[in-house]
Design a protein around this ligand. Structure first.
Ligand code: ADP
Ligand code: DP6
Ligand code: CO
Length: 350
């Protein structure tokens, strides 16, 4: 039996992907840009096994529960593309074991909520592609693999790189230039931190796939958003390159708001943000106002959970503000006054 295990981290987009121009190949309506989080935090870990003696047919388990692999479906496409690349290697070198002909058994675990708007499809499909590429010992580089991961879940193409990653929408009809590339490495701006605020770990009501399709079909505001994205891509790349946090933060918050506006403009509308998410936006806006400069940026994917970007020097202040307004049960237990969130004083400068 041959086996390979790989972990892939989550990536959180600052300029969001929302809309497909080709639903089969997963070609986006716009380029996007994200930050890949640290391996040690939110990640998917996938083990792939190939053995001649396995019963016919590939099988996959996600968090211990079997998922069906449909031929021509997303998982099926990723597996068959990578198998095809393995076959090319086997044809070149007859001494290689014929892994391309053997059934696969794949097991994946997420160490964070699945399908809750924390980009599990990104880390999940990236880990799947990377584990099969390792099992098959493929020579393809990360950008080439990103073309396959993209067909599993669009956002997954960006999780094959660390650091700051752009997914170029591309112009080719076959999707051969719709791929991810690293614009800056993970060591470029180590002072930046991402604070994940889990508002709800429940599975979302509208998946990203069906939500964005409905947006493409019904939202007139999407057209306006698409006009804005190219300059935002340039500006945020520039901000990252020059480590201009304020510029990075404004673009990130504006693009998150623009994405959620487009969701509201979808018919029937999609509500990913809940009241707690909106309060988090207000807390960050107030924190920035009272600081006299922008020290934190919120962004929300297709779910109510917030990701807050901040620099090391301010992260304590950001955590303090969040904890003050949204104490966890643990915080409540040590609070001698047992104050409720709404009774807390609004003073960020203490
Ligand atoms: P999210 O906001 O978490 O990315 P999506 O609606 O985009 O939510 O995608 C969730 C789906 O992604 C899951 O229902 C599952 O089909 C797939 N997925 C998530 N994690 C994995 C994984 N580790 N391996 C394979 N597929 C995964
Ligand atoms: C809001 O990549 O999950 O997180 O391609 O249909 O699988 P599919 O969708 P998915 O969409 C992600 C949307 C987003 C923004 C982003 O990550 O860029
Ligand atoms: Co997703």
């Amino acid at each position: 039996m041959y086996e390979a295990t790989v972990s892939a981290p989550v990536n959180i987009a600052c300029i969001k992907y929302w809309g497909k121009r080709d639903t089969k190949l997963i070609l986006p309506t716009n380029s996007s840009l994200s930050v890949t989080l640290d391996q040690d935090h939110l990640r998917s870990t996938t083990t792939s096994r190939a053995d001649e003696s396995f019963e016919k047919g590939d099988r996959l388990w996600l968090n211990g529960k079997e998922e069906t692999i449909k031929q021509g479906g997303r998982l099926g496409v990723c597996i068959s593309e990578l198998r095809g690349w393995r076959k090319i290697e086997e044809d070149k070198d007859s001494s290689l074991p014929k892994l391309s002909q053997w059934p696969l058994r794949i097991a994946s675990y997420n160490n964070f909520p699945t399908a809750a708007g924390l980009a599990s499809s990104a880390s999940g499909l990236a880990a799947l592609v990377a584990s099969l590429a390792k099992l098959f010992q493929l020579p393809q580089n990360a950008s080439q693999l990103s073309i396959i991961a993209r067909q599993g879940s669009g956002s997954a193409c960006r999780s094959l790189f660390g650091g700051y990653v752009a997914w170029r929408e591309g112009t080719e009809k076959d999707g051969s230039d719709s791929l991810a590339e690293q614009i800056e490495s993970e060591t470029h701006w180590p002072e930046i931190h991402a604070l994940i605020c889990v508002v709800s770990d429940a599975k979302k009501g509208t998946s990203s796939t069906s939500g964005m399709q409905r947006t493409v079909e019904t939202s007139t505001l999407l057209k306006e958003r698409l006009n804005l994205v190219p300059s935002r891509m340039n500006d945020i790349s520039q901000a990252i390159r020059s480590k201009n946090f304020e510029k990075f933060a404004i673009l990130t918050m504006k693009d998150s708001n623009s994405f959620h506006s487009v969701c509201l403009d979808t018919f029937p509308p999609i509500f990913y943000l809940n009241d707690v998410s909106k309060s988090i936006i207000q807390v960050i806006e107030e924190l920035n106002r009272s600081s006299g400069k922008i020290i934190a940026a919120y962004t929300f994917d297709a779910g109510p959970n917030a990701v807050i970007y901040s620099l090391q020097e301010n992260i304590g202040k950001v955590i303090g503000a969040i904890k003050k307004f949204f104490p966890t049960e643990e915080d409540n237990q040590v609070d001698p006054f047992n104050t409720k969130p709404e009774e807390l004083p609004v003073d960020f400068n203490e």
